[in-house]
Write a protein that binds this ligand. Structure first.
Ligand code: TRP
Length: 363
């Protein structure tokens, strides 16, 4: 159907989801889901993509599929409104990827900035698994299989969406208008684009141990916030402090709302005033961290509690995922039919082709 608005997005199941995932994409997804503005919403757990750099660690990926599913439900993704599914259960995605591989050059993949950084991070320079190298192509298959118009993701996924758009344009140019060109939907708040780790490093990542997880206990969250990196030159309360590059303030940019001030820190009317005081000197880190902790606890408590409830019915979660996979497969199969038709590899369901060949060979 033309003009449908379709969302697709997903996450690699390599760990539980953290607050960077939440502000970067999850929170938005739930809002979009509940906005009623979209005809279809597909949210998937990218286990096959996770295997591209965890091939020798399948158990980790398997364990985290259910963790991510629980995080999704805890955040408010609702299987009656969104189709939640597992990537590896949709074989149509492999077939699409295989055809798309003909549309992308090796040098184009080498230029993908996200892949470049990931290769460095994983010390893959000497021997890159082919599957890992080509995952942007498989990601284009994920997106186009569902005719997604809108892909809500974090900033690091921008090169992937651009790559997908190029594949769509090239496919449609060669084979005729078939695939839908997706748009990226980035968070509108700069602090949410890429939330730093609690240690101030550019990105939250499990291997750096600088994440606050959605499923952390209240005590764990408090402890992590108490230990957060701030401005290293802000030694005494009276010293002037920096808010730039200070993750406590970046988190406040991402998470605080005006009403938090009247609730938890009524001496300050808003974040600008709080920052001004910090920069002037006279405001201690402990006070700011306590404020951040109050905000984070308010946000995370309902998520944590809902997760606990869902954890009581694990078979029910697998059941929900299985149904999601069935729905997703139908959608992907329909697109694959279009693709095969466009590529003229639909030999057995094209009566015209057969009639044409009959005529040709009769001479
Ligand atoms: N690459 C994404 C991540 O690392 C996961 C992903 C795979 C994805 N396929 C996708 C995201 C398609 C959006 C659309 O989180």
């Amino acid at each position: 159907m033309a003009n449908e608005k379709i969302i697709l997005t997903g996450d690699r199941p390599t760990g539980r989801l953290h607050i960077g995932h939440y502000v970067g994409s999850l929170r938005r997804r739930v809002e979009l889901q509940n906005s009623g503005l979209y005809n279809k919403i597909f949210i998937f757990i990218a286990d096959a993509q996770a295997l591209t750099d965890n091939m020798e660690n399948p158990e980790k990926v398997r364990q985290n599929v259910i963790e991510v599913a629980l995080d999704y439900l805890a955040c408010g993704l609702d299987p009656t409104k969104s189709t939640i599914f597992i990537q590896s259960q949709i074989p149509e995605l492999c077939e699409l990827s295989f055809y798309y591989m003909d549309l992308v050059t090796v040098s184009r993949l080498q230029r993908n900035p996200t892949v470049k950084t990931e290769i460095q991070m994983r010390n893959f320079e000497a021997s890159i698994p082919v599957g890992f190298f080509t995952y942007p192509i498989s990601q284009a298959a994920d997106i186009t299989a569902f005719k997604a118009t809108t892909v809500p993701v974090g900033e690091d996924q921008e090169p992937m969406i651009e790559q997908a758009r190029e594949i769509v344009r090239r496919f449609n140019y060669i084979y005729g208008e078939t695939l839908v060109e997706p748009e990226i939907l980035l968070p509108d708040n700069a602090a949410c684009l890429r939330l730093p780790g609690t240690d101030g490093k550019a990105k939250m990542s499990k291997s750096l141990g600088n994440c606050i997880y959605l499923s952390d206990t209240a005590e764990e969250v408090e402890k992590k916030i108490r230990g957060m990196y701030t401005d290293p030159d802000h030694l005494r309360v009276q010293d002037p402090g920096k808010v730039e590059g200070n993750p406590v303030f970046t988190y406040l940019d991402a998470f605080s709302r005006p009403e938090h001030f009247s609730l938890y820190l009524p001496e300050y009317p808003n974040l600008d005033e709080l920052k001004a005081h910090y920069m002037r000197g006279g405001l201690g880190d402990v006070k700011v961290k306590r404020f951040l902790n109050a905000i984070m606890q308010e946000m995370l408590e309902p998520i944590r509690n809902r997760r606990k409830e869902f954890e009581q019915d694990i078979p029910g979660i697998y059941d929900m995922l299985k149904k999601g996979c069935e729905t997703a497969r139908e959608a992907a199969a329909a697109t694959l039919d279009d693709v095969r038709k466009a590529m003229k590899i639909n030999y057995f369901d094209d009566a015209e082709l057969i009639a044409e060949q009959v005529k040709r060979f009769k001479g």
